[in-house]
Design a protein around this ligand. Sequence first.
Ligand code: IPE
Ligand code: IPE
Ligand code: MG
Length: 246
Amino acid sequence: MPLFHKKKRAAAQAPAPAHIAIIMDGNGRWAKKRGMPRTAGHAAGAETFRTVANHCKDIGVQYLTVYAFSTENWKRSPDEVEGIMGLLERYLHEALERMTRDRVKIEFFGDLSRLSPELQALCSRVRELSRSFESVQVNLCINYGGRDEILHAAKTFAARCAAGEARPEALDEETFSGLLYSAGIPDPDLIIRPSGEQRISNFLLWQAAYAEFYFTDVLWPDFGPAELDRAIAAFHGRSRRFGGVV
Ligand code: IPE
Ligand code: IPE
Ligand code: MG
């Protein structure tokens, strides 16, 4: 018994992974189980996100990247899409109000040009005003797709070549990484997907190369600090070799 206790304490005290990424999935099923509309599930999911982001800040996670809306999620009903955009807007207004107290840096991954001009302006303000904050950095993935991100980077590099500013043979992984939305941010150490699905759904395709994956059946609105701690404990039990031998 005392040995188990010691082991548990050691895991709890191990430093948190520097970069955690989460596919916030299961909102719709959570609502359906309760006979509620899907948008109610998204509202509950937004609450979970607030709680989990605070917990990440408390335990010293440096980067938290969350998948909020994919390039494929436009297939959903206009009502649902509007509901999600409304929740994002509300969260960003709130973030602006508490920004100087929270000191959370907020960045965006995704093609924001398809969002309403109001939401785009709000994203720019949040990004600008939180730029110098040094607490956890939250990367909100909105209209994000891993393939879209890679294509965008490839087009940027091709344009540079066409303009005579770059040479194709000089392209390396570091240069290409620098053209992604995640430029300058280390790859995720741990990718969490709740809701029982075991797939990547176009999330961080390039950056996930050596991430550890954690899947759980818990639906995102029911996810919380204890579940995050379990994911981190599982992460600490893994042996990361990056292709080498340990
Ligand atoms: C994730 O929850 C939120 C978004 C994709 C925007 P879902 O809405 O996909 O929930 P399920 O998968 O239908 O339960
Ligand atoms: C992934 O969830 C996208 C987000 C959580 C934003 P989906 O619900 O869209 O993924 P699939 O359709 O089940 O693969
Ligand atoms: Mg889903």
